[in-house]
Ligand binder design. Structure first.
Ligand code: CP
Length: 315
């Protein structure tokens, strides 16, 4: 499916949908970070920004973090929130995704939060819905996970202050990771000094030379003196064949207390989750003093509040 990266802007160049990081400006990203910061610093956790709005979440793939934080974010903004139970929906009776969306539109939903295993599905829906409706991409295939990237940018800013002088390493299955693609796009827009990607060559995308990053096959070399390490999961559900044994993967790319010593002493260790302990990360690191993994989850609520309220403000 050919993806239209400009689809997310209305005719005034404001966000109508939130589908991908590509084509966002530094100002767009900072506006979201600043608004999330206001929500975080406000003592209240109940706001009226989305009162009277109806938001439907459609998760065609499993999720714990994204689905739940979107629900919490919607409720904190006083929206009515509908969680469509896809496994028990009319999709099982052969209803197409478009007919399902049109049906929900007829129930006067204002926004759809969509996760799907097929890359480009949220863009396809955004093209088909009425002009007053907005779509947020909650992860599409191996393509993009833009709200995850935004909460990761907030987390980095919170712990490191700014982006320009940072060395950031992303470790793991870049090929199958929608998070990695949105992360790289965000870090480049924010002018991060060095972006390293690390992992076995067969888990790297073919266009590795066009990504504007440095590739390392060796973990210790790739995290040498870095400020931020972002670990990724082996996306086994998206692999058509076994790319590497989990034992080999752990031996070469598993982040241990010993290996982390190559990085700066105050390095932060991030992971979008779900984590696989003993495969890509040891418990000593995941639960250790450098880990900000649960912080990422908490920030996810306010970042999603910020994205949703900006979209409604632009209408
Ligand atoms: N990071 C992330 O997307 O996690 P979930 O699959 O739990 O939503």
């Amino acid at each position: 499916m050919k993806i239209d990266y400009n689809l997310q802007f209305n005719k005034n160049n404001k966000l109508q949908h939130f589908l991908n990081i590509e084509n966002l400006s530094k100002e767009h990203i900072n506006e979201i970070i600043d608004l999330a910061d206001k929500y975080i610093k406000n003592e209240s956790n109940k706001f009226k920004d989305l009162e009277g709005k109806t938001i439907a979440s459609l998760f065609f793939e499993p999720s714990t973090r994204t689905k739940t934080t979107f629900e919490l974010a919607s409720k904190r903004l006083s929206a009515d929130f509908i969680n469509i139970d896809i496994a028990n929906s009319s999709a099982l009776k052969g209803e197409s995704i478009l007919d399902m969306i049109k049906t929900l539109e007829a129930m006067e939903c204002d926004m759809f939060i969509v996760r799907h295993s097929s890359s480009g599905t949220p863009h396809y829906i955004a093209k088909e819905v009425g002009k007053k409706i907005s779509v947020i991409n909650a992860g599409d295939g191996i393509h993009a996970h833009p709200t995850q990237a935004m909460l990761d940018m907030y987390t980095i800013k919170k712990h490191k202050g700014s982006f320009e002088n940072l060395n950031v390493s992303i470790v793991g299955d870049i090929l199958h990771s929608r998070v990695a693609k949105s992360l790289i796009a965000s870090l480049k827009i924010l002018s991060v000094k060095n972006i390293n990607i690390i992992g076995p060559k067969n888990l790297m995308p073919e266009n590795i030379n066009e990504l504007g990053v440095d590739y390392f096959s060796n973990l210790e070399k790739g995290i040498d003196n870095v400020d931020v390490i972002i670990m990724l999961r082996l996306q086994q559900e998206r692999m058509k064949e076994a790319f590497i044994s989990t034992e080999d993967y752990y031996n070469n790319y598993g982040l241990t207390k010993q290996k982390i010593m190559s990085a700066k002493k105050d390095v932060i260790v991030m992971h979008p989750g779900p984590i696989n302990r003993g495969i890509e990360i040891d418990s000593e690191v995941a639960d250790g003093p450098n880990s900000v993994i649960l912080d990422q989850v908490t920030v996810g609520i306010s970042i999603r509040m910020a994205i949703m309220s900006l979209i409604f403000k632009n209408k």
